[in-house]
Write a protein that binds this ligand. Structure first.
Ligand SMILES: [Zn+2]
Length: 296
């Protein structure tokens, strides 16, 4: 039996605007960095899902067309990278619609998938799931099934599942990969965790996920492939942020290379199609507003 097809997802944004300060303009660096991602995936013949920030699409529409021409799935990372808990319902809807219209105009295709800036759909911002469905979105990949300092919901289903939004709509959720270690669930699918863990541990985590016949959803940012970037920026970066953000960047490309060599990856749309053939063990509808259903 072959192991499940996993999802590789890329949040296309510029580090300066998305991480350092949302009021700063995007630098051109994200274009070069996204080309690095495209080359890396192409070298492995792998297609992924690119959640493109509206501001990035506006600045570099040709880049979005390149991503699409290379056969990748283009979806939305919102427009301005404003964390959802800083927005009210109307402001979130405006941000979402703006990104969707931009991306649909550029790609000529319906945009139906979403990832929130910094995974900012939490217990306090579940209303955003209603807005997603009301705006025509079919899936979300913004809920981390572990509560950390910045994001996450403890007890959320960790495998791809249908959830019920607060208003009772049905929405497909694709949580990024997490695994159970020493009785505790921990994120593993990207960011600092992924950059710091040795590859052997990542391999072990993905194998554990596969034992439930579930796919691993991995995420990355183009800037993580640019170890030189943080020392070249014309901005003062607080030392703590610089430390956290630069850790593991040097070995990141090599790690992704190993990942793509050892496991099968595709865009979410392909993983979704593969799941219709093999149902995920213990899959159940999760209602984040009521009783926790089978969270696995
Ligand atoms: Zn982001």
């Amino acid at each position: 039996m072959t192991t499940p097809l996993n999802a590789i997802t890329i949040d296309v944004e510029d580090w300066v605007q998305s991480v350092l300060d949302p009021d700063l303009p995007l630098t051109d660096r994200f274009v070069r960095n996204t080309h690095r991602v495209l080359e890396l995936l192409d070298a492995h013949g792998v297609r992924g899902t690119f959640f493109v920030l509206g501001l990035a699409a506006e600045k570099a529409p040709e880049l979005v067309r390149e991503i699409q021409r290379a056969g990748h799935e283009v979806q939305s990372h919102g427009y301005g990278h404003r964390l959802i808990h800083t927005l009210d319902r109307d402001a979130f809807r405006t941000d979402l619609e703006r990104s969707r219209k931009l991306l649909e105009d550029i790609t000529g295709q319906p945009i139906t998938g979403y990832r929130a800036p910094a995974f900012s759909i939490t217990q306090e911002t579940l209303w955003a799931l209603d807005v997603l469905v009301e705006c025509g979105f079919r899936y979300d990949s913004s809920i981390v099934p572990v509560k950390t300092r910045r994001y996450g919901i403890d007890g959320a289903s960790w495998f791809p599942h249908r959830l019920q939004t607060p208003s009772g709509y049905d929405l497909m959720e694709w949580p990024v990969a997490s695994w159970q270690v020493a009785g505790v669930r921990r994120p593993i699918g990207g960011g600092g965790y992924f950059r710091l863990y040795p590859f052997a541990l990542i391999r072990k985590a993905i194998s554990q996920i596969h034992r439930s016949q579930a796919p691993a959803v991995i995420y990355m940012h183009p800037y993580e492939l640019a170890p030189e970037e943080l020392s070249e920026l014309p901005y003062r970066v607080p030392w703590k942020l610089r430390l956290h953000q630069s850790l593991g960047r040097r070995g990141f490309a090599r790690k992704i290379h190993r990942l793509l060599t050892e496991f099968r990856f595709g865009p979410i749309r392909s993983v979704s199609a593969s799941l219709e053939e093999v149902p995920v063990a213990g899959q159940a509808v999760w209602n984040p507003c009521g009783e926790m259903a089978d969270a696995g």
